[in-house]
Design a protein around this ligand. Structure first.
Ligand code: PLP
Length: 365
């Protein structure tokens, strides 16, 4: 087996290549989860997460010991009670996952949908909103189709309704603007392995003061003990034991998030957009075209490109894989129809895409 660590070109919509500073931080000698140095590091992570998510100063931020899906699940587990009405925007796999999770925590789920490859329309959300809706949930960047949902516009509607607003920021936070306080988002989460290029296994979350108050007023305990917001607060703020956090992942995450903030979120946003333009310009002459029709609906961090007529999707990706390049195809109905090129974190760099272009040109002759 080759040394995947140095050789492999990972162009998938997550995980992304680990940032070199995060890689170095992983090798720091181990500390205990209750050590003062770890609490100091956690405090820095919490402050940096407030910057990344654009939260109010009082917002609670933390890392959950699991992937992005745990961030999703923890939101519903803590903020939904049996019988609550939850409006879920579902225009792809991850919106549907949200709906399934909310239902498992007892919510009466209503869906706002849009055809595959199209964004949720704010007027459709407005049509479903009423005083009985306790939460609205939406995926900011729908990875399965490369669609960016209009979170600021939906947020404005939700604010007027008084419902809590949950946003899946898995493919956006850290790479695209995220303004939790300005928009009025109550709960947001991502996965460490996406836009921040940290190792998988952590879900950074942010909880508004209003959402925390809703949690504190629950009629019944949070069914998911592991991510109970009270237990998380005990560890992250009171510094009492709840569970053993993966300290080495915290080291790496801290380094990756610092690197992102030092680069600057606006600079990262420009980098991903410029990379997307260059890649599209290079692939269009080969017959690739945008899958998402409207430019404003396109998610910059996951470039969804329709494959050329007669293109051997599985065969070409297998041949690329043999040359140490991973590219992801479509999911479900878009399998064999699109490629989803990851432009998150360290994937959005010219070097790995130059490798892809060279190998593709060679394969397609
Ligand atoms: N939400 C979105 C938009 C995603 O793209 C993903 C993963 O790709 C998830 C949630 C789930 O994250 P994970 O696979 O880290 O559990």
């Amino acid at each position: 087996m080759s040394d995947l660590h140095t050789e492999h070109v990972l162009l998938t919509p997550g995980p992304t290549p680990i940032h070199p500073r995060a890689m170095r931080a992983l090798t720091r000698s181990m500390l205990g989860h209750m050590d003062p140095e770890v609490f100091a590091l956690n405090r820095e992570i919490q402050a940096d997460l407030r910057v990344m998510y654009g939260t109010e100063p009082e917002a609670f931020t933390a890392l959950l010991a699991g992937t992005g899906s745990l961030g999703m699940e923890a939101g519903f587990a803590n903020l939904v009670e049996s019988g609550d009405e939850v409006l879920v925007c579902a225009n792809g796999s991850f919106g549907r996952r949200m709906a399934e999770m909310a239902a498992r925590y007892g919510a009466k789920v209503r869906l706002v949908t849009a055809p595959l490859g199209e964004a949720i329309k704010p007027q459709d959300v407005a049509a479903h909103l009423n005083d009985d809706v306790q939460m609205v949930a939406v995926v900011h960047g729908e990875t399965s189709t490369g669609v960016l949902n209009p979170v600021p516009e939906i947020a404005e509607l939700v604010r007027q309704s008084g419902a809590l607003f949950t946003v899946d920021a898995v493919t956006t936070a850290g790479m695209e603007p995220f303004k939790m306080q300005e928009w009025g988002v109550d709960y947001a989460y991502t996965g460490a392995q996406k836009c921040l290029s940290a190792p998988p296994g952590l879900a950074p979350v942010a909880v508004s003061e209003r959402a925390f108050a809703r949690f504190s007023a629950r009629r019944s305990p949070t069914p998911l003990w592991y991510c109970d917001l009270g237990g998380l607060r005990d560890y992250w703020i009171e510094h009492t034991y709840h569970h053993t956090v993966p300290v080495n992942l915290h080291f790496a995450f801290h380094a990756a998030l610092r690197a992102a903030l030092e680069e600057g979120l606006e600079n990262r946003q420009r980098r991903v957009r410029e990379m997307g333009r260059v890649i599209t310009r290079t692939l269009e002459p080969l017959g690739f075209s945008h899958y998402v029709r409207k430019p404003e609906d396109r998610l910059p961090t996951v470039l969804a490109l329709r494959l050329p007529e007669g293109f051997d999707d599985a065969g070409v990706r297998k041949a690329l894989r043999e040359r140490e390049i991973s590219v992801t195809g479509g999911l479900g109905p878009t399998a064999g129809v699109i490629w989803r090129l990851g432009l998150m974190g360290e994937s959005a760099r010219p070097q790995p895409y130059r490798r892809l272009m060279t190998e593709l040109a060679d394969l397609l002759g």
